[in-house]
Design a binder for this molecule. Structure first.
Ligand code: G2I
Length: 451
């Protein structure tokens, strides 16, 4: 697995050279580099970041909602579906249907998923608050264990603990059943439990009003510093970034992200929305985007919804798309800050894909090969890849694709199984077993064609 990135780079460089030097019409291109990206996801991917949105399961059936999601975003956060009241309304009875819908949608489009949230004072069913100390500790750890086990391997980052600090100048912990009964140690305990359940998920602390330096953000900073010093597992800090005229983007926003990053954690903008309209709103969105890009460990931005009409504060029109899914000036400001260009000219919007090949298993008489198809700087709806084998090799089985063969029996054209949609920068893989019949040559993977 470690070897894969090393294989990717030379291939990508060759593709770029081919594009640039020969000026030929090629069907491959490196996401965001061969062409200026014209989507949020594609232009963020070109900068090594993700661009996500909060998603509500009950809107996925609305075609404009789903198509905007699929075209513009490569990460999702369930807006309410993973909260305690949604998944464990009754003690030890877990309901995952709505959250599963979002996760499977995301997986089918190779989008990242941010898990939100495991331990939070809000949207907490009444029974949790009624438990005694010992029982509450058991219930908290059980909740983390059950939910993280259900989604194990599918979550990029979990908001393990959400909003544990008070607003204002005290820097104190917020009163909650967890704080009041378990004391300060509950946060550490939650993170330790989380790490033991899914060691591959990034574990985040997430909060609001921590976006600039303040008593509250200083308190979170002190906690994260202490966790890092004592080896308490924490990987990231989420800055919700809910802004309006009373709470504008702080002037030290970037510096605040940077000081947390300097503690050795990733930082993420997790629930971005900015009330307003027109140029003023656009300017603030641009500032936030630029700040994230300026901080190496700022790994991505998530906005808290797609069209204004579905925002938790829709009257403030805080999002990037209007009620008809038209792109607002704020959208253009974000795209431009990400280095993207609006569709139309300049090659933006061209469907492209690239491939990488890996030999994933070897036996004495056969080997498995895997081809990963990655969409370029625009979302694609279909792809096709030719793979040429050397006689007397024979392919005995294939998976995760629909193959057709040329008359020689040596050239396989692989297409998607069913829906071939990939978000910009997103990947999918297909595989095959090659009976060597004495010839162990790697197959030749031809150009990737996308539409
Ligand atoms: O409040 C904004 C966000 C602050 N940070 C944590 C986030 O999890 C939080 O999200 C919001 C959702 O956007 C709202 O959609 O959390 C609210 C609850 O604290 C969500 O509101 C709830 C309503 O209160 C419920 O009445 C409603 O049934 O949304 C539910 C589902 O629509």
């Amino acid at each position: 697995m470690r070897k894969l990135p090393r294989r990717i780079r030379p291939t990508a460089v060759r593709a770029l050279l081919a594009t640039g030097l020969a000026g030929a019409v090629v069907t491959t291109g490196l996401a965001g580099s061969a062409h200026a990206a014209s989507t949020l996801a594609g232009s963020a991917a070109a900068k090594g970041r993700y661009f996500g949105t909060a998603v509500a399961a009950n809107h996925l059936g609305e075609s404009a909602y789903a198509s905007t999601l699929d075209a513009e975003f490569n990460a999702v956060t369930p807006e309410n579906e993973m909260k305690w009241d949604a998944v464990e309304a009754t003690r030890n009875t877990f309901t995952y249907s709505a959250a599963d819908q979002i996760v499977s949608h995301a997986q089918s489009k190779s989008m990242k998923v941010r898990g939100h949230t495991l331990v939070w004072h809000s949207q907490l069913p009444g029974w949790v608050g009624s438990l005694g100390t010992t029982d509450l500790r058991t219930a908290m750890n059980n909740h983390i264990t059950q939910v993280m086990t259900h989604y194990k391997g599918k979550i990029y980052a979990w908001d393990v603990v959400n909003e544990a600090f008070q607003d204002g100048s005290s820097g104190a912990r917020r009163s909650s059943p967890f704080q009041d009964k378990l004391g300060n140690g509950y946060i550490e305990e939650a993170f330790r439990t989380a790490r033991s359940v899914d060691p591959n998920a990034k574990l985040c602390y997430n909060d609001y009003n921590t976006d600039g330096q303040s008593a509250k953000s200083n308190a979170v900073y002190a906690m994260v510093k202490d966790f890092k010093q004592r080896g308490v597992p924490i990987d990231c800090v989420g800055f919700q970034s809910h802004f309006n005229s009373a709470s504008p983007v702080p002037s030290d926003y970037q510096a605040n992200l940077q000081r947390f990053a300097d503690l050795g954690v990733d930082v993420q903008i997790t629930e971005l929305d900015i009330e307003g309209s027109g140029t003023a709103q656009a300017t603030s969105y641009g500032k936030v985007t630029t700040a994230c890009l300026a901080v190496t460990r700022c790994t991505g931005i998530t906005v808290w919804g797609i069209p204004d009409k579905y925002s938790w504060r829709s009257s403030g029109t805080p999002l990037l798309f209007d009620n008809n899914y038209a792109k607002k000036p704020a959208y253009t400001a974000v795209l431009t800050a990400l280095g993207g260009t609006t569709g139309g000219g300049g090659g933006g919007g061209t469907a492209t894909c690239t491939t990488t090949y890996a030999r994933t298993n070897v036996w004495s008489d056969r080997f498995n090969g895997q081809v990963t198809v990655t969409a370029g700087s625009s979302a694609i709806t279909a792809w096709s890849v030719n793979v040429t084998f050397t006689s007397p090799q024979k392919v005995s089985t294939t998976w995760s694709g629909t193959p057709t063969w040329d008359s020689s029996g040596n050239v396989m054209t692989m297409k998607p199984n069913g829906n071939g949609s990939l978000a910009a920068g997103a990947s999918t893989s297909f595989g095959f077993t090659v009976m060597t019949n004495g010839n162990t040559n790697a197959p030749t993977v031809g150009a990737c064609t996308a539409s």
